[in-house]
Design a protein around this ligand. Structure first.
Ligand code: NAD
Length: 498
């Protein structure tokens, strides 16, 4: 299998002569390769997108919305095919892969309402004979750079919103799993999108830099690790672009003594270990309040972690999670777990040596559970992005809330309690972008917006929902005076409505 680029409505082979291998994470085998675009190939794609945007931007918003409507129907039609391709390259289970597609599809559904989002505002009689109105216009060519962990959802968050708003788009997906983004581009064409409006350029740093430096790309939406998010934000904004970058996370879940502990354990097992912990909204730190809560929690959680079913997606829908994305990712997670043991945390469940018969070369790792983790440890400070959950014990609610408050990341958090006062105080004070109350993974739905605070995000608007439309459009405000013959004489002061 060789994956090229998707330019002007068709797949084209790469010309740079550079490729990256695509692995099957369950077996460790190379299953194909993907072309890595050169700066010149990115430039050529931008030219195509610039041409195509002229007509697309002039197409009425209802027609643009109808493309999204058809696209949603095609996603449903091809759901099994998309999920299979996604699992084959990512390693997540088929039900989880379908969730990945559906969470993107929901943003496409929201974009069917683009005509409503594009409506402006009007003030009649703002002055004598004066009316004032504002309109939203597309930016032109926009781009999205996306991570490996949601190869369907995150590209759709970006391109559906941008395209429904009248932009053309350059998508640069992760080179680890490029097949699904290519399939999505084909489905957009089948849905009626004119050629050249959505282009997929596969690549690595060279293509990212080419996007960030291209004078015709007006806006860049990025999702990935914090170090690269900061780099993309700095370079993109220095080049005068509108840029929003979403980065890494360390999501804490606080468990109050009054919480339903069984409900909390169920929530944790899915939120901590689902998708092998490779989610920016995974819970990676749990903070039980009080010794008794902590002891009850660890006692109930440990056997659940030991019983996790870890296997390739092909083993069936009752698999809990599959392999990590690459050998390097697996070795990094193992190294962090080794470090946690050396730093003195108690490794209650050790999944480091997990092996699966017949899949010895796959990137599998068992679930790990640490207790007695402290703030100064690397396993607490760093985003692990693996099936590793850390228990940090807190004596009081104040001590517990201080942990996520003082952590550098601010993506998601949750509190489990039956007490409304405590929950309300937590929601109000916490300096984190997405908050759950008795909900472990509070991923906002498509008609709200998604984004973290602190070093989990750079830029000032969230993804999808109303913020997505703000990001991919700009406002023009028009002041008119009719009848044009109204005479005021020359005026040398700034006009006011006194
Ligand atoms: P990554 O930063 O390695 O890659 C993201 C994108 O950047 C990819 O398209 C990649 O090709 C490109 N890239 C990688 N190295 C680059 C470099 N040196 N210069 C320029 N571009 C480069 O991230 P990943 O491993 O694919 O994804 C996992 C990360 O994404 C985690 O940190 C996770 O928390 C984060 N994430 C965040 C959110 C969010 O909304 N906050 C959502 C999903 C994932």
């Amino acid at each position: 299998m060789e994956v090229g680029h998707y330019i002007a409505g068709k797949e084209v082979a790469g010309t740079s002569g550079r490729f990256a291998d695509i692995y099957n994470p369950a077996t460790g085998e190379v299953q194909g390769r993907v072309a890595l675009a050169s700066t010149a190939e990115v430039r050529a794609a931008v030219e195509v997108a610039r041409e195509a945007q002229i007509g697309w931007g002039l197409t009425n918003p209802q027609r643009r919305a109808r493309v999204m409507m058809k696209f949603v129907a095609l996603l449903h039609r091809d759901m099994d095919k998309l999920a299979e391709a996604l699992s084959r390259e990512h390693g997540k289970t088929i039900p989880d892969a379908k969730g990945d597609v559906i969470r993107g599809l929901e943003v496409a559904e929201f974009c069917i309402g683009a005509p409503h989002m594009m409506k402006g505002e009007y003030t009649e009689g703002a002055g004598p004979g004066i009316d004032m109105y504002s309109i939203r216009q597309p930016l032109g060519v926009a781009a999205g750079i996306t991570p490996f962990n949601f190869p369907a959802m995150i590209p759709m968050w970006k391109f559906c919103t941008a395209i429904a708003a009248g932009n053309s788009f350059i998508l640069k997906p992760s080179e680890r799993n490029p097949s699904v983004p290519m399939m999505l581009a084909e489905l957009m064409k089948e849905a009626g999108l004119p050629d050249g409006v959505l282009n997929v350029v596969n690549g690595d740093k060279e293509s990212v830099d080419a996007i960030l430096d291209d004078p015709d790309i007006m806006a860049v939406g990025f999702v990935g690790s914090t170090a690269i998010a900061e780099y993309v934000y700095t370079r993109g904004t220095a080049n005068g672009k509108r840029v929003q970058c979403f980065g890494g996370a360390k999501n804490h879940m606080i468990i109050m003594p009054d919480a339903d502990i069984d409900q909390a354990v169920d929530a944790l097992i899915g939120a901590g270990y689902g998708a092998a912990g490779e989610r920016c909204m995974a819970v990676s730190v749990v903070v039980p309040v009080g010794e008794e809560t902590a002891n009850r929690l660890v006692e109930k959680l440990a056997p659940r972690v030991e019983a996790l079913k870890i296997a390739p997606y092909s083993a069936g829908d009752d698999v809990d999670f599959g392999p990590l994305i690459t050998k390097q990712a697996m070795e990094r997670v193992r190294g962090l777990v080794d470090g946690g043991v050396e730093e003195g945390a108690s490794l209650v469940v050790d999944g480091r040596d997990f092996k699966l018969q017949g899949y010895e070369n796959g990137y599998f790792m068992g679930g790990c559970l640490f207790d007695n983790v402290t703030k100064d440890m690397e396993i607490y400070k760093q985003e692990i992005f693996g099936p590793v959950l850390s228990v940090v014990r807190a004596a009081t609610y104040e001590e517990a809330i201080d942990l996520p408050m003082s952590h550098e990341y601010g993506n998601g958090t949750a509190i489990f309690t039956r007490d409304g006062d405590t929950a309300r105080d937590f929601v109000s004070r916490i300096n984190i972008g997405m908050v759950g109350v008795n909900v472990p993974i509070p991923v906002p739905l498509a008609y709200h917006t998604f984004g973290g605070w602190k070093r989990s995000a750079f830029g000032d608007l969230n993804q999808h929902g109303p913020d997505g439309f703000k990001f991919y459009t700009r406002t023009k405000t028009v002041t008119t005076r009719w009848p044009s013959g109204v005479k005021e004489g020359a005026q040398f002061t700034i006009p006011t409505m006194e």
